[in-house]
Design a protein around this ligand. Structure first.
Ligand SMILES: C[S@@+](CC[C@H](N)C(=O)[O-])C[C@H]1O[C@@H](n2cnc3c(N)ncnc32)[C@H](O)[C@@H]1O
Length: 247
């Protein structure tokens, strides 16, 4: 790891990034779900079920949802694994996790969901623990992504699958300009209007630009030990769903 890293477009000491990311999500936690609907124009409601279906989670599976925040992915996973399975909804941020836990309880998802406040880089689980690990819109916020991917591989059972849903690189060149304008001019203003925090949404759009593109993330997964890595672009590559198997 180098001494500095990016926090959006800003170069910050590596040891400071985690704290800066925590400030962002603590600030937006209570309005996070509303902002997701506004920012994505509702499209995350299509991306997430696609990603959960692609994760391969099945009845009886044991699943770790990393950077799970307010629990959208966990709620979808709960239907897949049923009462015979179990899910750990985890996040580094206690405020996001608290909103997530309240939402799961309100949805009646109490018997098969557990909670853990953990950093995706240092997973406190034995080797070969989970059938499936998911991380949605979380990886780009993690300081050391390679370390996190290696930890995920270690914690999957042989034959287990990792699913990464993340913003990615637009593959329709004619829409690039429009997407960029929307990201940089509109989203931070929505952020200011809805959460009173323009800067956090400025960070979010900058972090999307800094995130590795589809092929780079696929290579990183290969390097971390995954096999049969593959991905699908959704909505022209605004997001991509990567998968990899631990052999
Ligand atoms: C954009 S939210 C995604 C929440 C949820 N997965 C979803 O799809 O709506 C990103 C989450 O990543 C969490 N996060 C950031 N860095 C993390 C880390 N190093 N380890 C675990 N979670 C992290 C944040 O606290 C935040 O809740």
């Amino acid at each position: 790891m180098t001494d500095t890293t990016h926090f959006g477009f800003e170069e910050v000491p590596t040891k400071e990034k985690q704290k800066r990311v925590a400030e962002v999500f603590t600030s937006v936690a209570s309005k996070y779900d509303l902002m997701n609907d506004v920012m994505s124009m509702g499209m995350h409601r299509f991306w997430k079920p696609f990603a959960v279906a692609a994760s391969g989670a099945k009845k009886g599976h044991s699943v770790l949802d990393l950077a799970g925040g307010t629990g959208d992915i966990t709620a979808l996973l709960a239907k897949k694994v049923g009462k015979e399975g179990n899910i750990v909804l985890s996040d580094i941020n206690g405020d996001m996790l608290r909103v997530g836990r309240d939402r799961m309880i309100n949805k009646g998802l109490v018997s098969n969901v557990n909670y853990a406040q953990i950093n995706a880089e240092t997973l406190p689980f034995p080797d070969n623990s989970f059938d499936v690990i998911t991380i949605a819109f979380g990886l780009r916020n993690v300081t050391d992504k390679n370390k996190a991917l290696a930890a995920m591989c270690r914690c999957l059972k042989p034959g287990g699958k990792l699913m990464v849903l993340e913003f990615s690189t637009m593959v329709i060149p004619t829409l690039n300009k429009l997407y960029e304008q929307y990201s940089f001019k509109v989203i931070p203003e929505f952020g200011k209007l809805i959460t009173g925090d323009r800067d956090s949404y400025q960070y979010l759009v900058e972090s999307i630009q800094k995130h590795p593109d589809q092929e780079t993330l696929k290579d990183m997964m290969d390097q971390a030990g995954f096999s049969m890595t593959t991905y699908n672009n959704l909505t022209g590559g605004i997001v991509a769903v990567h998968r990899g198997v631990k052999l």
